[in-house]
Design a protein around this ligand. Structure first.
Ligand code: ZN
Length: 95
C-alpha cells in the first residue's frame, strides 16, 4: 500500500495541476480557496470504495490546503475533509 505522501507525490506530478498551482501564486487566500473549490468541482474524480485517497484530484486539493496550513495562511489541521464539512470555509471567503 502506498503511503499518503507517495500518493500525493504521484498525484501532484501532473503538468496541468502544476500550471493551475502556478496560477494561484500571488492570489489572495480567498481567491485561492475559490480556485481550489472550482478545481475540485470540475475535476475528474476517481474514488475507490475506500474513499478519496485513490483520487488524484482530491489528493492535490488536500495537499494544497495542508501546504497553506504549513505556510500559516490557514489554521493548522485544515484539510479537504474539514473544508467539505464546513461548506468550503465561508469564514475564509466572502468576509
Ligand atoms: Zn476526488
Amino acid at each position: 500500500m502506498a503511503t499518503y505522501q507517495q500518493r500525493v507525490r504521484n498525484a501532484v506530478n501532473n503538468p496541468a495541476w502544476q500550471e493551475y498551482r502556478e496560477s494561484m501564486k500571488g492570489k489572495t487566500l480567498e481567491r485561492k480557496i475559490v480556485m481550489l473549490h472550482e478545481y475540485w468541482l470540475l475535476g475528474s474524480h476517481t474514488h475507490s470504495p475506500n474513499g478519496w485517497l485513490s483520487c488524484k484530484v482530491c489528493l492535490r486539493v488536500d495537499n494544497y490546503i495542508k501546504a497553506l496550513c504549513r505556510g500559516g495562511q490557514l489554521r493548522a489541521k485544515e484539510s479537504l475533509k474539514t473544508f467539505q464539512e464546513n461548506d468550503w470555509y465561508e469564514e475564509y471567503t466572502k468576509k
